[in-house]
Design a binder for this molecule. Structure first.
Ligand SMILES: [Zn+2]
Length: 385
């Protein structure tokens, strides 16, 4: 165990107090002292600092059983902002959120082409616009990026994004343009963070988040910590082989899970069967709801393939929750029960009640919200509480 020196202890107490306030919203200093086992004078000193910084305020008196009425300290979620940026198929999306992850402003811009110059220029424009919406006295805590590939966080680089044909996308110059901290994260890790902090898997011990978009990615919370692996490359679940002589994947292999279970695969299977050329998931869903046989067939096969990968993950990780995110989560009513049935059908290891398989409740925003809360989590130091 590492001994904490006085300044570390103070910093740690500060983090714990902010975290408690962000959860409890309104609390007295005595409550804080009791709940966190920190002395009242120390709590008072830290609260005074937080009041000066505008993160909390005094909000009236609590009732008292005798003696002086204690002052209520109130958390102010709109005292700071954060920005999340997501690189999607053909577009960049950006959001401005408050400390609760509530979206205050949302921007979306189509990419003229998928090149380093165009992607970075578009991101810069969107960040500038969102920064200009921040009140001068309310500091922006930073920008988080949710990116579809392997990330080199230290060198601020997107190393490799197979489905975008993008390599070595450098964010250092972009960081130099803005005087705030910036964080790069794989989109599935960002989504996992959002589900774990804000979504259905809030504070659960073991969570797998499956991000379904152009490809399929995974983010893992294991024993209440995000697991990224030794080179921070864990979670490439879309490239698990489910059919060794199967479809050709953008990674160069055959039969990767995402060639069957991605949103792109679903749309392309539908187009192949119907000789149509739809581009959006909602077109396939509409056809399904209209009882069109090809759409029903394609969805049935899709759900079977999705279930195969989910079973593999379940056997390896034994999670409490598996959350499926991406646009598909908006249509959980047509996927959910059939998927759960497939996953637990002939499954001698798990019964339905053992693992919760849910579709994200964040309306397709898990990845970008996860990106937006990284500067908050890092800025307040919640990662190592
Ligand atoms: Zn692959």
């Amino acid at each position: 165990m590492v001994a904490l020196d006085a300044s570390n202890i103070k910093l740690n107490n500060r983090k714990r107090i902010i975290k408690l306030l962000s959860v409890e919203r309104e609390v007295t200093k005595l409550d804080i002292s009791r709940k966190l086992d920190i002395s009242v004078p120390t709590v008072s000193t830290i609260i005074l600092e937080l009041i000066k910084e505008g993160i909390v305020e005094e909000a009236g008196m609590a009732s008292s059983t005798g003696g002086r009425k204690p002052v209520i300290i109130k958390f102010l979620p709109n005292s700071r902002y954060s920005i999340g940026v997501n690189l999607d198929s053909g577009s960049v999306k950006a959001v401005l959120t408050n400390l609760d992850g509530d979206i205050i402003c949302r921007l979306d811009k189509e990419l003229m082409d998928i090149s380093e110059t165009c992607v970075l220029k578009t991101m810069k424009e969107l960040i500038e616009t969102l920064m200009s919406k921040c009140d001068k006295d309310k500091q922006c805590m930073g920008v988080g990026f949710s990116l579809p590939g392997t990330i080199d966080e230290k060198n601020m680089r997107l190393d490799f994004a197979a489905n975008f044909k993008l390599n070595n996308l450098a964010f250092k110059d972009l960081q130099a343009d803005f005087n705030v901290p910036m964080y790069l994260e794989n989109e599935a890790n960002a989504g996992a963070l959002a589900e774990w902090q804000l979504g259905l898997a809030k504070d659960k011990n073991n969570v797998i988040y499956i991000s379904i978009s152009q490809g399929v990615g995974g983010g893992f919370i294991i024993d209440k910590k995000m697991y990224k692996g030794s080179e921070r490359r864990a979670g490439e679940i879309g490239h698990m082989t489910i059919n060794k002589n199967g479809r050709a994947c953008n990674c160069g292999k055959k039969g990767c899970w995402e060639t069957y279970a991605s949103q792109r695969a679903l749309i392309s299977d539908y187009n192949q069967l119907t000789k149509k050329n739809v581009r959006h998931l909602e077109d396939v869903v509409r056809a399904y709801r209209n009882n069109e046989v090809p759409a029903q067939q394609v969805l049935k096969n899709y759900i079977e393939d999705l279930a195969e990968g989910i079973k593999n993950l379940m056997f390896i990780f034994n999670p409490d929750y598996i959350i499926i995110g991406g646009e598909i989560s908006r249509y959980s009513d047509i996927f959910s029960s059939a998927l759960i049935e497939k996953v637990f059908d002939n499954n001698v290891f798990y019964k339905k009640e053992d693992v919760n398989i849910l579709f994200s409740s964040l309306d397709g925003d898990a990845n970008i919200l996860g990106a937006a809360i990284i500067p908050i989590v890092e800025g307040f130091g919640f990662t190592d509480i």
